[in-house]
Design a protein around this ligand. Sequence first.
Ligand code: KG4
Ligand code: ZN
Length: 337
Amino acid sequence: MKDVYIFAIESSCDETSAAIIKNGKDVVSLTINTQIKTHENYGGVVPEIASRMHTEAITYVIDDCIKKSGMTFEDMDAIAVTYTPGLLGSLLVGIEAAKVLALTYNKPLIAVNHIAGHIYANNLEDNNIVFPSLGLVVSGGHTEIIYLEDDYNFKILGSTLDDAIGEAYDKVARVLDLKYPGGPNIEKLAKEGQPTYKLPIPMNDESLNLSFSGLKSSIINLVHNETQRGNEINRADLACSFQTIAVDELTRKVELAIKKYNPKNMIVAGGVSANTYLREEIAKVCDKYNINLSIPKMLYCTDNAAMIGAAAYPLFKRGEFASFDLNGISTGNIFKF
Ligand code: KG4
Ligand code: ZN
């Protein structure tokens, strides 16, 4: 069969990225331009600034990606782009660029769901999704335990009832005076501490749902109360206590799902899957039940266009192409693709 090359674009949040993916798996070329340094100054992503920066970066990123590959747009079989979920102004920059390329070079356009992108990052390079599989989606906006029956046939088994895990990391980081994005900075600080703080265990139950806002609020209250009393906070210990409780709860719920569904395979997806403690704890549970585990390489855990190219491939094979009136949707339902 002829090789399939997909040119993919991602601009849903604070990374402008383009990639060329061969057969949904091999990364021929990848360019990522991150805006983190700018948003750091504001403690989080400022949507208006994000879309302006995507506008400035998109042409350079696309150009860099195609030049590095030594290929041309004529060699591409399709143009793929993230259309949901994300910041609307940011999504539109990528969508318009993708439409221009598809129209100019007469290629089909593929609309990709960003969370599907995180999931399909598990097909890149040495990773492989084997169906059926249990899945854990952990990003800035999503926390779900899912069951992957087949390509684009995913069922939610449980999800957060309030904050996403990445959001909790980011909000706890703020109160600990750590820069955005909070996840990697909490992880770093936690390595210097011990889990000495007694904090509430979220959703201490047997369901597959999760909750992180109580844990987050208890830390915010603790820091405010201690500061008002003039007491010192051991920031490293508090970061470590938060991470231990949050990850242990995720792992405990994954183990409950394993006992209930008896899967042979498991995947982890989303920005928080870059967390080493989470990777290790999930690996231990999978070892215990003899389950094959796939977690993307660090580079493909956080936002990038390679994962969008991987997620576009099954849609290409089905001939599921988007029309040129494709619009961005800020809060798309991730499990109705
Ligand atoms: O998937 P992602 O890049 O963007 C979304 O689609 O939301 O995830 C971003 C989230 C942020 O909340 C960030 O703090 C978190 O992933 N994150 C981490 C780590 N790296 C990124 N959380 C914990 N540990 C990390 N090493
Ligand atoms: Zn993401």
